[in-house]
Design a protein. Sequence first.
Length: 135
Amino acid sequence: MQKSDLTDLEIETQDLKLRLGRPGAGGVVSHAILPQAVPQPGALPAAQPSPVQPSADSSNNFKSPMVGTFYRKPSPDDAAFVQVGDQVNKGDILCIIEAMKVMNEIQADVSGEVTEIMADDGDSVEYGQPLFSIK
């Protein structure tokens, strides 16, 4: 990017979104957003930073796809995207995670009922941390 006039570059494929930016004449900033995938057998469960246990046997814990600040609402004056008891469809927006001053809308990877919300508005969240329980 330093050898061209590019200041921003965004590449998006089915399972990867990569955004590169060059603020002013400073260094390069990179940011990757990976969608939440269904956990695969053999995954490293010990790498989970949160001690939160699943709340029900038939629930699917939706985990954070990135590190950042968790927001339940699009703005302080708006209603939350979802509440406990709401029905969500795959692709519905569950929350926003702010990472590197970019607001990332996080979408449900399954359809079902939200049975638990495991993070509070404004909390810092880690990659893989359970955020919602969807039954």
